[in-house]
Structure formats: structure tokens, C-alpha cells
Design a protein around this ligand. Structure first.
Ligand code: NAD
Ligand code: UGA
Length: 480
């Protein structure tokens, strides 16, 4: 199938590369020329394990193309995915200007061919109908332009036929053509991939959700996803559930899933805080409750709380939507509050041991919001850096990807070190912020010898604390 994906970020690029692997001809569109130029040269704008190879493979097979030209991108495509960002505004509402711009532009460039427009961006409930309206608005604007060019007069070779003139592309335009209304359906197809395991998640989803009332659009998407649903093309395992809903429910499924997962993490963090006061160990508690099939072990890792480009903004958006419809989402508000306080608690833990933080040096192991990504959006590390900086501490950090890439965007009040030894030198405490695999095998005894004070807070509860204590480190965690 021929597919266009508008927006070549974490979601768009992964979706495009995976669909190309399954044999589709995919055009990835982005309005950032540097990004597209890099992708054409095989340079990825993001770090995501396995993606570089997949993009290369798609390009080599002639199935994956990159362009800044949206009209050209959608021209030959039967299915058009919208995968642009929907970041939070200060009000908590999602900023929909990128979706709006793309929807209008799509409308301006649709032709007679029927297309399925798929909303993969996370958008508030009701956005499917809004996108449909914007596409129609864009199409109406384009029709108006065509009509006015028709009124400008007949073209060479069409003398005597007042209903004909040249289109901007040079072809012959009839009044009928100028007035035609595009044939399309808007479908919601929320994305559930996680950064760091995005390719695995795309090929092995727990379900594929499609929200639409158009049997034609649903049938086309079913055909596109058939290899994933029925484990073809080298994919193994059980068939993937295909969930068809109305548009609004599909949009709500996305928000509800993220809200539930974020609340689950806040729940275990709250339990962790009670464990610390009562002498229980949250890691044992999580195992104990996680074995209950109704609860499940996933997303019960206590720590610094959730960050990233989606949980914070999606909870804020859902809370705002609820308020717009006269409902106060108290549980979700509490989940957000617990999450924000979790960072503050870490600072308090440092204060309990080090007392005054002014003039102390704190080293952060990890900066990204989770391992195996370069994404710093709403990373807990950023809140920690700000708290510590305000209290007069010097903050240093080492992160496997951020340090290696030299990226500094969005980072201030922190010295990014190029290796762990330089990080440890002179520190009053190390805080493990992101559970990168390489932090499992560090020589903590050696690090302790380089520090001013051998204190380590494992804020993700991911290290072997007994082994660590034998290295001479004082070890603290979260919830024990
Ligand atoms: P991103 O910021 O990484 O990528 C968005 C891309 O869209 C950027 O490259 C930007 O240049 C491009 N863009 C913006 N306006 C454009 C336009 N007019 N024309 C063409 N391209 C344009 O965002 P992302 O993380 O991939 O997220 C995209 C959407 O998917 C969001 O709504 C997000 O909530 C949702 N989502 C993200 C994830 C994730 O893990 N990142 C997972 C599930 C859902
Ligand atoms: C999350 C969801 O898991 C995806 O299904 C969804 O598609 C995506 O958001 C999205 O909408 O963008 P992602 O943010 O990439 O994916 O990463 P997660 O693995 O969910 O982690 C989110 C945050 O929660 C991280 O900061 C992580 O450290 C934290 N977390 C996760 C915990 O603190 N404890 C846990 O037990 C699990």
C-alpha cells in the first residue's frame, strides 16, 4: 500500500520505517528541512534502538522516502498518517497548531482519489471531527482559488468553452472539477509505542485500535495492518486484537491508557512513601501485589516518578477536557501531585544526609526520562537540577546518550560530563536518575574513592544494594 506519514519524529519515523519493512511504499514528510536532509543521508534526528538500521533498509529497498513537500507526499498515498507533536500549553491544553496546519494543508491538496486520513497524534476527544472540518475548510479554500482562476478567463486551446481554464499545474480545469468535494474519511488510530522499545512495540502491539464509522476506511487500515495482526512477514506470536470503536472512544482509549499507567506509578510511589515511614520495602511489596493477575507487576517500579513527552501532557490534557465538560478529575490531579512531589522528596532525602546543600556537588547518573532514548522532554532530571540549583548545589551529570551526542538543548544549571569517573570526582552524592543498563556494571567501589562523600541514592531501585554496600558506598533508595 502507498502511505504518507506527516511528522517524522519519534512516532512518525518509527511508524514509517516499520510500515516500509512490511512492504509498503512510505513517504515520510516533515517541515524541518534539516531533519529531512539528514534522513536522506541516513542520519537520524533521534536515538531509538534499531531505528537507524530499519530506516537504512527501507531506503535501500526503495520503500522509504523523505520529503518536506507535503502535497507530493500525499499525492500518491491511499493512507495519510498525521503524526505531528501535540505538546502542552501552559494551561495544560495540548497545543494543536501543528495538527491544525497539517489538516488544512492536506485539505488543500487532496484530489479525486479517496484517502484515509489517520490521526496518530494524541489529540483531545472530538478532534477527529475537528480534523475533518479543517480538511474540508482547506479543500474549500483550494476550490475557491481554482474557481477564481477559472473566472480569470479561458485558456489557449479552450476558446469557446467558458467553463475551462488552466489549473496552477497547467492542466485543463473544468467548473465541475473546480467545485468538487474531496472523498476521505478521518480515522483515529492511537499510538501506544514506548520510546526505547518503539520498534518492538510497533511490531508487537497489545492491540491495534481504530476509531471510525466508515467501513471503507476500516477495511483499508485492516489491510495495512494485516501482517501485524496475523503475524505475517517474519512476525511470530499470537494474533493481535483488532479493536474497532467510534472516533471519540478511540481518542479516549489513548488518554485513559496513559492516565491509568501514570496513576499506577503514582500509586506505587505513594505506597513507597508509606513504606519508608513504616519500615516495609516497596520492591518486595510490588512483587507481592504484582503477582495478583488483576494488578500485574508492570509499572509498579517506585522511583522518581514519570516524565517524558506523553504522560505529563496527556494527564494535563485529560484533566482539562474533564473540566471543560464540568467534571473535576480528582484522582488524576492527585496522580500528578504525587508525581511532582516525588522529585521534591529526593531532594529532601539528600538534605537529610548532607544537611545544607549550598556548596555541595551532586552528580546525576542519567538525564533522559527513561533509558534507551535521547528524549529529555519533562525528564525528572530537569526538575531535580532546578531544585538543587535553587538550593545552591552544583549539579553535574553523565548520561550515555546525552554525554556522547553533546546535546545540550533544554539543559541549564548542569555540567554534562563525558564519563562516569569525571562525574564522581568531588561529588558529595551520586543520584541514579535513569536506569541505563550500563549503570548496572559500574565499579562503584572506584567511584566511591573519587567522591568527597560516598553516598549513592538509587532513585530507580535498580541496583543490587547488598553488593553496593560492600563497596563502601552508603546506599539509599526509594521506598525502603
Ligand atoms: P515529535 O516532536 O518527535 O515529532 C513531531 C514531528 O512533526 C517533528 O519532526 C516536527 O518537525 C514535525 N512537524 C510539525 N509540524 C509539521 C508540519 N506542519 N508538517 C510536517 N511536519 C511537521 O513528536 P512525537 O514524540 O513523535 O509525537 C507525535 C504525536 O504522537 C504526539 O501527539 C504524541 O503525543 C503522540 N505519541 C508519542 C509517543 C512517543 O513515544 N513519543 C507515543 C505515542 C503517541
Ligand atoms: C508511554 C506509554 O507507556 C506508551 O504506551 C505510550 O504510547 C507513550 O507513553 C505515549 O503516549 O507517548 P513512554 O513515555 O515512552 O511510553 O515510556 P514509559 O515506559 O511508559 O515510561 C514513562 C515514564 O514512567 C518514565 O519516566 C519511566 O521512568 C516512568 N516509569 C515507568 C516509572 O517510574 N515506573 C514504572 O514502573 C514504569
Amino acid at each position: 500500500m502507498r502511505v504518507a506519514v506527516i511528522g517524522s519524529g519519534y512516532v512518525g519515523l518509527v511508524t514509517g520505517a516499520c510500515l516500509a519493512r512490511l512492504g509498503n511504499s512510505v513517504t515520510c514528510v516533515d517541515n524541518n528541512p534539516a531533519k529531512i536532509e539528514g534522513l536522506r543521508r541516513g542520519r537520524l534526528p533521534i536515538y531509538e534502538p534499531g531505528l537507524e538500521e530499519l530506516v537504512q533498509e527501507g531506503s535501500d529497498r526503495g520503500l522509504l522516502h523523505f520529503t518536506t513537500d507535503l502535497p507530493a507526499g500525499i499525492q500518491n498515498s491511499q493512507v495519510v498518517f498525521i503524526a505531528v507533536g501535540t505538546p502542552s500549553l501552559p494551561s495544560g491544553d495540548p497545543d494543536l497548531r501543528y495538527v491544525e496546519a497539517v489538516a488544512r494543508e492536506i485539505g488543500q491538496h487532496l484530489d479525486e482519489q479517496y484517502r484515509v486520513i489517520v490521526n496518530k497524534s494524541t489529540v483531545p476527544i472530538g478532534s477527529g471531527d475537528w480534523v475533518r472540518m479543517l480538511i474540508l475548510d482547506g479543500a474549500a479554500e483550494a476550490a475557491k482559488q481554482r474557481l477564481s482562476s477559472l473566472e480569470a478567463g479561458p485558456v489557449e486551446g479552450s476558446e469557446g468553452d467558458p467553463d475551462k481554464t488552466t489549473s496552477r499545474g497547467g492542466g485543463v480545469l473544468t467548473l465541475e472539477k473546480a467545485r468538487w468535494v474531496p472523498q476521505f474519511d478521518v480515522v483515529s488510530n492511537p499510538e501506544f509505542l514506548r520510546e526505547g522499545s518503539a520498534i518492538h512495540d510497533t511490531f508487537n502491539p497489545d492491540r491495534i485500535v481504530v476509531g471510525s464509522d466508515s467501513p471503507r476506511a476500516i477495511a483499508i487500515l485492516r489491510e495495512l495492518y494485516e501482517p501485524i495482526l496475523n503475524r505475517q512477514g517474519g512476525l511470530s506470536g499470537d494474533p493481535v486484537p483488532w479493536v474497532v470503536t467510534d472516533l471519540a472512544s478511540a481518542e479516549m482509549i489513548k488518554y485513559a491508557a496513559n492516565a491509568f499507567l501514570a496513576t499506577k506509578i503514582s500509586f506505587i510511589n505513594e505506597i513507597a512513601n508509606i513504606c519508608e515511614r513504616t519500615g516495609a520495602d516497596v520492591t518486595q511489596v510490588a512483587e507481592g501485589i504484582g503477582l495478583d493477575k488483576r494488578i500485574g507487576r508492570a509499572f509498579l517500579n517506585a522511583g522518581l516518578g514519570w516524565g517524558g513527552s506523553c504522560f505529563p501532557k496527556d494527564l494535563a490534557a485529560l484533566i482539562r477536557t474533564a473540566a471543560d465538560y464540568g467534571y473535576e478529575a480528582r484522582l488524576l490531579r492527585a496522580a500528578v501531585e504525587v508525581n511532582q512531589e516525588q522529585r521534591q522528596r529526593l531532594v529532601e532525602k539528600l538534605q537529610q544526609v548532607l544537611k545544607v546543600l549550598k556548596g555541595k556537588t551532586i552528580g546525576l547518573l542519567g538525564l533522559t526520562f527513561k533509558p534507551n532514548t535521547d528524549d529529555l522532554r519533562d525528564a525528572p532530571s530537569l526538575a531535580l537540577i532546578e531544585h538543587l540549583h535553587k538550593l545552591g548545589a552544583k549539579v553535574k551529570a553523565y548520561d550515555p546518550v546525552v554525554s556522547a551526542s553533546g546535546m545540550r538543548e533544554g539543559l541549564s544549571h548542569v555540567v554534562v560530563e563525558t564519563d562516569v569517573l569525571r562525574l564522581a570526582e568531588g561529588c558529595d552524592a551520586l543520584v541514579l536518575v535513569t536506569e541505563w543498563q550500563e549503570f548496572q556494571s559500574l565499579d562503584y567501589g572506584h567511584l566511591a574513592s573519587l567522591m568527597r562523600r560516598p553516598l549513592l541514592i538509587d532513585a530507580r531501585n535498580c541496583l543490587d544494594r547488598q553488593a553496593l554496600r560492600q563497596t563502601g558506598m552508603t546506599v539509599l533508595g526509594v521506598g525502603w
